[in-house]
Design a protein around this ligand. Sequence first.
Ligand code: DGJ
Length: 736
Amino acid sequence: MIYHESTQTFHLTNGQISYLMKVLPDESLGQLYFGRAIRDRESFDHLLELHHRPMSACVFEGNKLFSLEHCKQEYPVYGTSDFRHPAVALIQPNGSRIVSFVYRSHTVSPGKPALPGLPATYCEADSEAETLTLHLEDKVLNVSLFLSYTLFTSLPALARSVRLENHGSQELHLTTAMSLSLDLPDSDYEFLHFSGAWSRERYLKVRPLEQGIQSVESTRGHSSHNHNPFVMLRRPGTDEDRGEVMGFSLIYSGNFLAQAEVDSWDTTRVTLGINPFHFDWKLSPGESFQTPEGVIVYSNQGMGAMSRTFHTLYRTRLARGEWRDRPRPILINNWEATYFDFTEDKLVSIAQAAKEDGVELFVLDDGWFGARCSDCAGLGDWSANQERLPGGISRLADRIEALGMKFGLWFEPEMVNRDSDLFRAHPDWILQTPDRRVSHGRNQFVLDFSRGEVVDCIYSQMAEILSQAKVSYVKWDMNRSMTEVYSAALPPDRQGEVMHRYMLGVYDLYDRLTRRFPHVLFESCASGGGRFDPGMLYYAPQGWASDDSDGVERQKIQYGTSFCYPLSSIGAHVSAVPNHQINRLTPLSTRANTAVFGTFGYELDLNSLTSEERAQVREQIAFMKEYRQVIQFGDFYRLLSPFEGNFTAWMVVSPDRRTALVGWYKALNEVNGPYRRVRLRGLDPELCYTVDGGSAHYGDELMEVGLCTTDSAAGERQPGQAAAQDFDSHIFVLRA
Ligand code: DGJ
């Protein structure tokens, strides 16, 4: 970090990116530049817009040049000559909402401090990053604002967060506290986001930025299937390999807002943070508020490079624990095989078949606890259902371990059914508004995780099971959005805090469990991918990406997910046909060829397959065991987008570039189609690679000319040739 006292200019740079700020004439903080690294200089004051524009409000009487409407700002406020949406808003006892934060001082420290109670990126050595903390102050209110910027030494990534401290004597209400705000000098960008719904999560959407506001958000209490707390701004013409793009990612799992506001002069303001909608945090004297962390990644080499930066950062410095760097176990999950209809012996028979084929972990999903014989009962009572599992979880886990497999267990810690002992004992422990009907979702209600005693109760139930039985993996589910949000434990003027306090409760439970049971691999889930976000990744290094396990639908979901999240985090399984979500028939090979580009597992009873299919399964598992290190920890490249055509392709390359796998997928078969090639990425141009152990090609040829993907059955089928069909796929194995 370079600081020029004479011009009060801050230059954050790591040789890859530069981030420039300066103290403005009114002592607030201005933004000058963010992008590719540039040479430093004493003054960048010429970048400040100090021009007179009729109708502009100006800060100082007699001075027509300085308006906050036209100066790019770092953490803007509304109503002091800027009319756009602010990064921070405080309501004061006298009814005023006007605030003004001026620069006081700054500190620079090596490494990165933790954010108490919140997930965040971290460093393992001080040399990995540098953190600048700017201290600003509202002198009237005596409120301190700390803006924190961590620049990673070897990545074009900047992590930002904000803390407010009320040192005054007044009760304040914080109604907006964004994690970051970034004013960009033009609007020549496309806005990319990931939207969808249950079973079609994270579909890539692209639209040009226009004057006005474009945003995605969640108001559901979880980051949601509908939008993801990750957006990109890219220059028109930017693709996977070329062009300028910035990714904005919020490390948070609750209500968020990601917004781009383009003003009348075509400047763009990006804001990212907790959704101000229904947010109202009382900041009493002596109290402070910490925002979640937002991460910005810059690339001038296309979206592929941006994604690989996020993958590296999130895989190695957001995910934590014993499982962070370990290849993930190949699992079998009984949900789609049995739903609620199982016995202990049935489960063991599913596990046994899986073990024979090489599966390493058996996961018992929903239905094992309390009075859970359907989705109407049992949530909240985390002890084994005596009818289905008379020997309890311990005996089942022992039997699974005796097979030579590990045992995993499903929980939905945040929920309760009316028909449960927990609800009967504590009917006031759910989120519900006095005198109002309480809506259900899947017959269940949301426990008030803003209350410590509720979290404690669930913690002790879960900890008991995890310490008694041999549990190596936990699937943490969450199957409904929040309604009638209100906490019986908070006073009226703190009800706007409930959604965020709830998230802090969830993080607290995750934190306690992962610390106490460090060997347990946690997988997050929320009706599939309803909470697939960086906040979860901090505690659970993998997440169930979607309930849609169809091999073709999954190509879109996994492709979209890959823009921000590493393959090691993407839970993906092979399931039965006809597929349970979309009723589609796809080849077993394609289901596996899609699922291996993730954490890989099965979601069916292998006993129901033919012996030929079982042989295929054995090959798939052996393949995954051979290549999972490359898949989950290599470099990922998107090649062909399922959102743009009939074909999808992607590839992973080992860090030494000697091994690469290319996943190629066709949706509908074509008659007499073109002779197709796919240009590969990330190979060493000087190395010669064999393709599937056959023909050999140099990396430069494979990257410039391409890999021929049309199979021999294209065009007219010759006698003896395998027929090409709908939903075909192939994984090409390249070895130097
Ligand atoms: C939703 C999850 O996404 C599924 O995988 C399964 O665990 C069910 N819940 C169980 O209720």
